[in-house]
Design a protein around this ligand. Structure first.
Ligand SMILES: Cc1cc2nc3c(=O)[nH]c(=O)nc-3n(C[C@H](O)[C@H](O)[C@H](O)COP(=O)(O)OP(=O)(O)OC[C@H]3O[C@@H](n4cnc5c(N)ncnc54)[C@H](O)[C@@H]3O)c2cc1C
Ligand SMILES: Cc1cc2nc3c(=O)[nH]c(=O)nc-3n(C[C@H](O)[C@H](O)[C@H](O)COP(=O)(O)O)c2cc1C
Length: 783
């Protein structure tokens, strides 16, 4: 077998090593345009998990790599004169140059031919190869040459960055967030060998321009950085090596394989430097390629297997990198945060690290985060314990005169079980048990303002006395038996009306017994859905008065809060999204026009709803579709409602159009809540695939939302909050007297369960290489 590899970076060299080990008879050549010891960059980082992989796949290179490594366990965050150092992270750093020399040496030992100073421009000279590996880096010439086939997408990010080095020793992966007269600068720095550290400087384009970095040479810009970070460098110089400022390109390719040719490493997909995974991804690609080719009957089959097997892992890493880079791009959102909350946000930005997880590794840090949160709550007038505070989830929250005992919320969820809009016993038990279950706030399902406003025949309503009486009974039960507050969500289905019950076909049109539907524009949801009638002014007035009448009934029922449903493609949402609003009157066109009717309804409700009771609005902060609402629009939408005196924005996403492409994942909508809260400066509630109290605390402590709603988790576990209270020892949580013995037992057991869990986690955690190395070098006498 003849293998030609273009590019002698980590991907190309490691692929050569693994393929040659697997097929000692193979004729493998690596073509590299640079000289053997000619390399850009300073250090690279690997996690313990990545090193485990290297150990398994090639022990000799693993040994040499680990002999050369610097280890650290801590991450340090410097911000506004403070430093927070968090342990338990287990990372290793190595010089990129040494890494490449080790890989070259190992490849040579195995019989790989290395051809340096050989630039491949015409792949025709590789025509006799059975396999061609394109490991030619982030600007891959061959990926671009066959762009029609590989279909690369290159998202050039706005922030500017430059890679430099220093002799400054560091004992932690160090982030420095530095205010300057021009704006914020960020340094990402780590040591990779004795007396050498990598420094990546990052800033937004405006700050870059204001700081006069545009057009400066390598040395001058390093001098400028040395001035800014001089207080930390302590006289150590900044070193340069092709340290030009540039924008990071996020590379994704639809296809990685073309006949017998395959893209590897940065050439196929890049990952932002802030999660330190570029070299790791490149080398793990080589592992995946070797694995896929091992038993493949032909090269083509092997390459197909590589692409199929590897894509998900790469996309997951890229998603984590995306979330992380967006955090750094929007660091100004958090600039006025308490430094410890800021540091918590840095630590938890890409979702891998959470509140509980940090509590195990750095309990003092989390205790400080809790105290800062409690101080903030105390400053809002609550008499909470600031010295020994409860976890953020159990801190109270106030909206107008409504005080919530904790920040867990039961999200609005249609039960599709009402009879002619009247809630029945199912609803009493459903809402009653979730209120007793301890959430600070529970929402009704979307409650429809008229018969024709219903989504399905099973939807609840509030347009007649019978419905009012039934809701009144449920509200009374909740207030009499729990500490939960109860919010009424009012909505109108719009073009998604007259559809089947969820379990009979979500959003599918009713075959019999339907009714006429209306929307901002006459566009059906599915091609075979009912075609909605475009609302005229008279119909808009009628609907507005239906909302007001329902709110007045809601007040008589005793609800504590009112939410206007402007999300998920229902009537009011259909006005806001440009995908569903094609009107050419004062209610269509600009975002300001599209918001006009939803705001009119909101303002009418705000007038009708008692002043001391709060109101929220639910929005879809993105349509997840080309040409639809984006996070930036959502900030404008939130600002407009804030001007109309909304108290809370309930940040959901999507369900506007059926061909949307949401990116699901843990806490997938939280970034939108973060953006709305910290850019529009309104209180927010986030929701969406949040399944544990640990995640609730992570979100709250990082300042990404004020309240956290859970939908589906509450369907299976009404007592989600009570259980979490026991776990975190939040004694103050309300239990009805009937359930006191249960409370005593779970609180007693939880202390032990938690101790056992933590001991198990600590025991199960493999020793980091830093610990193993420390043990190995410990003098025997000290044993
Ligand atoms: C300026 C810079 C500095 C960096 N510094 C660091 C750092 O300090 N730490 C870190 O972790 N990561 C760093 N990175 C990122 C990291 O290098 C990559 O994520 C990783 O190296 C990807 O490995 P790769 O093998 O896919 O590509 P690369 O390492 O980019 O290797 C591609 C190789 O292909 C060669 N090549 C390209 N075209 C041809 C051709 N036509 N013919 C022959 N040879 C060709 C190139 O010379 C290069 O050696 C840096 C990136 C850049 C651009
Ligand atoms: C069965 C069900 C019914 C729902 N009904 C409503 C509703 O009436 N109003 C609303 O705004 N959202 C509704 N939603 C969306 C939820 O409020 C929530 O945003 C969504 O389920 C995501 O949160 P989760 O991942 O915690 O479930 C519903 C969700 C489910 C699962």
């Amino acid at each position: 077998m003849k293998v030609a590899i273009i590019g002698g970076g980590p991907a190309g060299l490691y692929a050569a090593i693994l393929l040659r080990k697997q097929r000692p008879e193979a004729d493998i050549t690596v073509y590299e345009r640079n000289r053997a010891d000619d390399t850009f960059g300073f250090g690279v980082v690997f996690s313990d998990a990545t090193l485990d992989n290297f150990e398994k796949y090639d022990l000799p290179s693993y040994r040499r790599i680990t002999q050369e490594f610097a280890y650290w366990d801590d991450i340090a965050v410097h911000f506004r004169g403070t430093v927070h150092q968090v342990g338990g992270n287990g990372f290793c750093g190595c010089s990129r140059r040494k890494l490449l020399l080790i890989l070259q040496e190992r490849a040579r030992e195995l019989g790989v031919t290395l051809r340096f100073e050989t630039e491949i421009d015409d792949e025709a000279r590789l025509a006799d190869a059975d396999l061609v590996v394109l490991a030619d880096g982030i600007n891959s010439r061959f990926r671009e040459r066959y762009a029609d086939h590989f279909q690369p997408e290159i998202d050039v990010r706005a922030n500017m960055f430059a890679w430099m080095g220093s002799t400054r020793p560091l004992d932690a992966f160090t982030f420095i967030f530095q205010e300057t007269e021009w704006g914020p600068f960020i340094a990402h720095a780590y040591q990779y060998e004795a007396g050498r550290s990598t420094w990546i400087f990052e800033t937004d384009p405006e700050t870059f321009a204001r700081a006069g970095l545009e057009g400066l040479g390598e040395r001058e810009s390093a001098d400028r950085m040395a001035e800014i970070f001089g207080w930390f460098l302590g006289g150590h110089p900044l070193l340069t090596n092709r340290s030009m400022w540039r924008n990071f390109p996020m590379v994704r390719s639809k296809r990685w394989v073309k006949d017998n040719t395959v893209l590897l490493g940065d050439a196929k997909a890049s990952a932002h430097f802030s999660i330190g995974s570029g070299t790791k991804l490149a080398m793990e690609d080589a592992i995946a390629l070797a694995d896929a080719l091992r038993d493949a009957p032909t090269v083509t089959v092997g390459l197909e297997r590589y692409e199929q097997g590897r894509r998900e892992e790469v996309e997951k890493t890229q998603h984590a990198a995306d979330v992380s880079l967006v955090w750094f791009e929007h660091v100004d959102r958090f600039w006025d945060f308490d430094p410890v909350q800021f540091a918590f946000g840095v630590m938890t930005r890409s979702k891998a690290i959470t509140y509980d997880n940090l509590n195990l590794r750095a309990p003092d840090f989390v205790a400080e985060v809790d105290r800062a949160f409690a101080r903030y709550v105390h400053a809002k007038g609550f008499d909470v314990d600031v010295e020994r505070p409860v976890a953020p989830m159990f801190q109270p929250f106030r909206l107008r005169d409504m005080t919530l005992a904790n920040r867990a919320v039961v999200s609005p969820m249609c039960m599709y079980s009402a009879k002619e809009g009247v809630p029945v016993d199912f609803h009493l038990v459903h809402y009653g048990s979730r209120a007793i279950g301890g959430a600070g706030l529970i929402f009704t399902e979307m409650t429809c303002v008229s018969r024709d406003a219903r989504i399905t025949p099973g939807c609840a309503g509030l347009w007649n006395d019978e419905q009012e009486a039934a809701w009144h009974r449920i509200v009374d039960f909740v207030h009499a038996n729990s500490a939960a507050k109860f919010a009424l969500q009012l909505g109108h289905a719009g073009r998604k009306g007259a559809t089947k019950l969820m379990w009979e076909g979500m959003d599918r049109p009713l075959e019999d017994g339907g009714w006429d539907v209306v929307s901002a524009s006459s566009i059906p949801y599915f091609p075979d859905s009912r075609v909605p009638r475009e609302l005229d002014r008279a119909a808009m007035d009628k609907i507005k008065s239906d909302f007001v009448a329902a709110a007045e009934r809601g007040e008589r029922c005793g609800f504590d809060m009112l939410e206007l449903h402007c999300a998920h493609g229902y009537l009011l949402a259909s006005f806001i999204s440009p995908l569903t609003n094609k009107r050419d009157d004062a209610y269509g066109g600009s975002l300001e026009n599209r918001l006009r009717f939803p705001l009119e309804v909101f303002e009418a409700l705000r007038t009708a709803w008692p002043k001391h009771k709060p109101m929220s609005v639910r929005i879809s902060a993105t349509d997840w579709a080309e040409g639809g609402i984006t996070g930036d629009d959502a900030v404008q939408v939130a600002r407009a409602f804030a001007e109309a005196s909304v108290d809370l924005v309930d940040v959901s996403t999507g369900q506007t159009v059926r061909d949307a492409q949401p990116i699901y994942g843990r806490m997938f909508q939280t970034p939108f809540s973060d953006q709305v809260r910290n850019e529009a400066r309104v209180a927010t509630m986030c929701v969406g695939n949040i399944t544990s109290a640990d995640q609730v605390n992570t979100i709250l402590a990082a300042g990404r939302a004020d309240l956290v709603a859970l939908g589906r988790p509450h369907l299976v576990d009404p007592a989600f909050t009570l259980k979490a209270a026991a776990w975190y020892g939040a004694e103050g949580v309300f239990y009805p007297p009937q359930y006191q013995p249960g409370k005593e037992q779970i609180f007693r057991n939880s202390v032990r369960d938690r101790q056992e869990f933590e001991e198990l986690r600590i025991k199960a955690k493999p020793k980091t290489r830093a610990e193993l190395k420390a043990e190995a070098t410990k003098p025997l006498a000290a044993e």
